[in-house]
Design a protein around this ligand. Structure first.
Ligand code: NDP
Length: 252
């Protein structure tokens, strides 16, 4: 590393679930540093369009693609579309994620399957599909969005915690497989961040979460995006297989 550089000019990034929340913030952060950005989404086409419009105004280039992260073949199509447009992918952020909470004794098979397929299989789908272009390009950064719940567990979120713990094992294994190709794979594990996902929690739960957080507040999406920016840039060129918590100290 010759200089301390956060610049992403000329880099191509793909962010799954970039239409709202944390994924949107990551897309905007990368584009302010010069990257061209492709985002995927499941349903919110108008929100996705707003994100790409905002990025296009910065002059970096952005596209949105409707693609369910759990669909293996669709992941290959998405990667092909981005590579056809821009010739390569330097940065992949696997951010798409859902919750379907419930105690295990009441959890349906469908609740389990949906969360594992979206949050964990989705990461396999995109990480595998992106490898060829990254290998050809002799480098890349894969960033998987986990959760501190994957480290600590959480009653009522066994499916979600399993998906987020699972992606740590996946990412560490993939980091070892890809290191010789100069492709890094890391995890950002947020704590309690203000987004649509956490808006549904009731006041009491939110107060309890804040009380359990040493920095005594919720995090914001830009604070998660900042960690992703670090992992996407050459500033983290010697970091792979790492979990970075962005949780105000909640999981210390
Ligand atoms: P939001 O619910 O605000 O946004 C989720 C994003 O993922 C949307 O863009 C959504 O698209 C997309 N998405 C959902 N399901 C799919 C799917 N099957 N295929 C493709 N895209 C999909 O979530 P957050 O921003 O809060 O969460 C983002 C990530 O951060 C998730 O992985 C989550 O688990 C993780 N996280 C969040 C925390 C928090 O406190 N908010 C804490 C820890 C981790 P659409 O708009 O079309 O629905």
């Amino acid at each position: 590393m010759s200089e301390y550089n956060l610049d992403l000019t000329g880099k191509i990034a793909l962010i799954t679930g970039g239409s709202r929340g944390i994924g949107k913030a990551i897309a905007l952060a990368f584009s302010t540093k010069g990257a061209s950005v492709a985002i995927t989404y499941a349903n919110s086409s108008s929100s996705a369009e707003q994100v790409t419009e905002e990025i296009n105004k910065l002059g970096c280039g952005a596209i949105s693609i409707k693609a369910n992260s759990s669909d293996y073949n669709r992941a290959n199509e998405v990667i092909d579309e981005v590579v056809q447009k821009w010739g390569k992918i330097d940065i992949l952020v696997n951010n798409a994620g859902i919750t379907r909470d419930g105690l295990i004794l009441r959890m349906s098979e469908d609740q389990w399957d949906q969360v594992i397929e979206t949050n964990l299989k989705g990461i396999f789908n995109y990480s595998k599909a992106v490898a060829r272009t990254m290998m050809k390009n002799r480098g890349g950064s894969i960033i998987n969005i986990g959760s501190i719940v994957g480290l600590t567990g959480n009653a009522g979120q066994s499916n979600y915690a399993a998906s987020k713990a699972g992606l740590i094992g996946f990412t560490k294994s993939y980091a070892k497989e890809l290191a010789s190709r100069n492709i890094r794979a890391n995890i950002v594990a947020p704590g309690y961040i203000l987004t649509d996902m956490t808006n549904i929690l009731d006041e009491k739960v939110l107060e309890d979460i804040k009380e359990a957080t040493p920095l005594a507040r919720a995090g914001n999406v830009e604070e998660v995006a900042a960690a992703c920016l670090f992992l996407a840039s050459d500033l983290s060129s010697y970091i792979t297989g790492e979990v970075i918590r962005v949780d105000g100290g909640m999981a210390i």
